[in-house]
Write a protein that binds this ligand. Structure first.
Ligand code: NAD
Length: 474
């Protein structure tokens, strides 16, 4: 049983201002796996004050000093990587191979990327008579979701740190363990007091207190669209910068060529990774109408081949994160049936033989783009296949969404896949399975306004100052 009752503020582990706790539930067993403290505005005030006090010193450090610290964190992260992976599995139900694999790998990747970017980043540039200087924005509030808990914290925390900012992290209440271990890593690595602070608790209390805080200069938020909108409203009175990474309903376009079956199979199993709880998941699979029967059969086989079970066993998919999430996903599956989508694989209820734990069947529908299941983010292992007539039709369907986070194009003809990728109105397009830690990540439309990952992730945390008429001193 885990017990994390203290917050990390001003370089120390401290008790909350008022004692209040919440149980954390293991989604695979429905049993309590531990207890955390729930903070209040008083804890946020304390953490923000510590971050404010640390800002002048930390923002004045050299690139070398910040690189040394990032490398010390990297060594400590490597020591605790397996422990982090197990914590992710316990808190949100990812299979242990994923928890100790891609989940922790993403954290390590963002850390290494922050080091690489910092080594080369241009904080100053002379343009004619003007010196353009990029400076840390100040105290940052980092608010993160539970679905890729390490990824979302590290993709914010390391760029913020590398660019000279101080911060207060508010991890998700559903998945608080990996963040707690990350805070221990920061402490052990010697992050100066006040530079990094962490307060656990409810979004409506800690998140709101950060968003409205007079002394917080920026909020970086990853999570759902309604909460993103609320944060913008809460942050409006203090005109703070708000970076939003929100939801998606990304289309995966498979071209009509000899690899169609391979690509449909790959896209289907990809949808089920992390129980479909991925903001950029390709949850609408667009296939050529002329080969619909073949594509449907392949997707059916691929979904049925996804094994579901105990995250500590040898299964491809664990549960979804919570009872609420399970109920939401079940509602969408029922909605899909009600609105006339054809069930290809899976369906309502738990997979056979799993009576306990928030397990969902890997589900595939054949539907149309105007159905609710094709328009709203389900955030579970539910794929909607949609036929297209020709490539113009495929692009039109893909772009007919209020979201614009990601897109996928799979096909053999390079000129065609390139051309389609340019036409998608999304922040990223993955072409034939590409992956890059340095590629900017973020959304068009209702998927947000920020860009994280790599060099663009640094820009989020910097102010731009013009020194006009700046000349070298004699
Ligand atoms: P959520 O919006 O419910 O919560 C996210 C975080 O915000 C949590 O820490 C929560 O406690 C906090 N929060 C809740 N109410 C708040 C408020 N009023 N003010 C401030 N903070 C508040 O999202 P979730 O359910 O944890 O995560 C799932 C969502 O995140 C999905 O929509 C998914 O698409 C999105 N997501 C986006 C990206 C991306 O990079 N674009 C990545 C991962 C997840």
């Amino acid at each position: 049983m885990r017990e994390y009752l203290k917050f990390y503020i001003d370089g120390k582990w401290v008790d909350p201002a008022e004692p209040k706790t919440a149980e954390v539930i293991n989604p695979a067993t429905e049993e309590v796996s531990g207890t955390i403290s729930l903070g209040s505005k008083a804890d946020v005030d304390k953490a923000v004050a510590a971050a404010r006090k640390a800002f002048p010193g930390w923002s004045a450090t050299s690139v070398k000093e910040r690189l040394d610290l990032l490398k010390a964190i990297q060594a400590e992260y490597a020591n605790r990587q397996e422990e982090l992976g197990k914590a992710v599995t316990e808190e949100m139900g990812a299979p242990i191979s994923l928890g100790c694999g891609f989940h922790t790998g993403l954290g390590a990747g963002h850390l290494q990327t922050a080091i690489e970017v910092l080594e080369n980043y241009k904080f100053e540039e002379q343009r004619g008579p003007t010196l353009i200087v990029k400076e840390a924005i100040g105290v940052c509030g980092l608010i993160t979701p539970w679905n890729w808990p390490l990824n979302q914290v590290t993709v914010k925390m390391f760029p913020a740190l590398a660019t000279g900012n101080t911060m207060v992290l508010k991890p998700p209440q559903l998945a608080p363990y990996s963040a707690q271990i990350l805070a221990e890593i920061m402490d052990k690595a010697g992050v100066p007091a006040g530079v990094f602070n962490m307060v656990q608790g409810k979004g409506s209390e800690i998140g709101t207190a950060l968003s409205r805080h007079e002394d917080v200069d920026m909020i970086s938020f990853t999570g759902s669209e309604p909460v993103g909108a609320q944060i913008m409203k809460d942050a409006a009175d203090t005109i703070k910068r708000v970076g939003l990474e929100l939801g998606g309903k990304s289309a995966w376009i498979v071209l009509d060529d000899s690899k169609l079956a391979e690509h449909v199979g790959g896209a289907t199993s990809n949808m089920m990774v992390n129980s479909g709880q991925t903001c950029s998941a390709g949850s609408r699979l667009l296939v050529p109408e002329s080969r619909l029967d073949e594509a449907v059969e392949v997707a059916k086989q691929a979904a049925q081949a996804v094994t579901v079970g105990d995250p500590n066993g040898n299964f491809a998919m664990g549960p979804v994160v919570s009872k609420d999430q399970y109920n939401t996903v079940q509602d969408y599956i029922r909605k899909g049936l009600d609105e006339g989508a054809k069930l290809v694989a899976g369906g309502p209820g738990r997979p056979a033989g799993l009576e306990k734990g928030w397990y969902v069947q890997p589900t595939v529908f054949l539907g149309t783009n105007d159905m609710v299941i094709a328009r709203e983010e389900i955030f579970g292992p539910v794929l909607v296949m949609i036929p297209y007539k020709d490539l113009d039709d495929a692009v039109e369907i893909a772009n007919d969404s209020m979201f614009g986070l990601g897109g996928y194009v799979s096909g053999e003809d390079v000129a065609t896949v390139n051309q389609i990728s340019r036409k998608l109105r999304t922040g990223a397009v993955w072409i034939n399975g590409g992956f890059d830690f340095h590629a900017p990540f973020g959304g068009y439309k209702r998927s947000g306004n920020g860009r994280e990952w790599g060099e663009y992730g640094f820009d989020e945390y910097l102010e731009v100052k013009s020194l006009i008429g700046y000349a070298e001193a004699e």
